[in-house]
Design a protein around this ligand. Sequence first.
Ligand SMILES: Nc1ncnc2c1ncn2[C@@H]1O[C@H](COP(=O)(O)OP(=O)(O)OP(=O)(O)O)[C@@H](O)[C@H]1O
Ligand SMILES: [Mg+2]
Length: 345
Amino acid sequence: MFISVNFLRMRRIKKFIHFWYRWIPPYIKWSAIFILFLIIFILTHFSSLTWKSFFFRLYYLPIFMASLLGGLKGGLFGALLAVLLSLPLTNNLFPYKLLGFQEICLFLLFGITTGFLVDRERAEREKLKQSEHLALLGKAAAAIAHELKTPLVVIGGFAKLLQKQLLPDDPNWKKLDIILKETKWMQDMVHGILDFSKPVQVKLKPVNFKQFIKDALKLVEMSSNAKIEVYFLTDLPEVKIDPDKFKQVLINIVNNAIQAAPDKPVKINVSTQKNNIVIEIIDQGPGIPEEYQKKIFEPFFTTKNRGTGLGLAIVKRIIEAHQGNISFKSIPGKGTTFVICLPLF
Ligand SMILES: Nc1ncnc2c1ncn2[C@@H]1O[C@H](COP(=O)(O)OP(=O)(O)OP(=O)(O)O)[C@@H](O)[C@H]1O
Ligand SMILES: [Mg+2]
């Protein structure tokens, strides 16, 4: 009997917490916190000395609630409010100034710690939700791409066959050419999606990095008329990378840079800094608008008519498989710099 009553109570408390979290708008929650602060303030000021110290410690409750609601900022705000409200009392309650000071420091410590933990937990939860969402999206896309692979080969194959039987001045030749171009684009998309859906496995081997960069960039220069300026700012040691995968990284980022400003040169700085090799790819394009900056590494995010939006998502995964990281700085109207940082093993 006792257990079932307790169980019922626990369920009600859980229900209440759930209700509080999901359905109560933040302004009501903040109002409740302020009212709680006010009640504690009144209780601490108008009670006997023995109860004062008890009520004084109740301030931890609204501080905790404020951190739950506002993370680090909320926790700090709650703690500061508690300090402000309890300051006039500390001399009364704690005959030694140091004790009062310690109590106040504890408020701040509590607010900051709980707020920090709440922020961290929220960020982790968001990351998990996002990765689950991406995994689901990836699975669906991979399944569709897999089904499209064979029909696209058939369409492309037959279109090529038909085109071969026609002369270039035949009006149908142009139509078949368009079909071929479109199928090629769809095939690239399908390959990109299938590539993206597989886990990245790198086979590291020591590479002469200077030569590697020059070779990779030659490939890009051959497929476009862009001008690429490479500067090796320091001596480069041998670097352990997966050359095929890393080539993909460079080609994707440099292609983006060329597409951003086709008439202006792309500058590449390569150097070693501490225990890292750092590659900067600098373009003079229009930059990445502020509202897109958070999204560019997400799969399928693109602002281009003929983009898959998988370039940077694949780049990020390959670099992370090399234990490195990628970041960027972009000034709208001036250009973008992507920075790849790879550890030297
Ligand atoms: N150097 C850059 N300057 C401006 N915008 C950029 C730059 N690099 C990336 N972006 C933005 O990031 C988006 C995503 O880039 P990503 O390489 O992933 O895909 P994409 O280039 O659109 O397509 P794909 O790589 O398949 O051709 C681009 O559509 C573009 O809006
Ligand atoms: Mg791209």
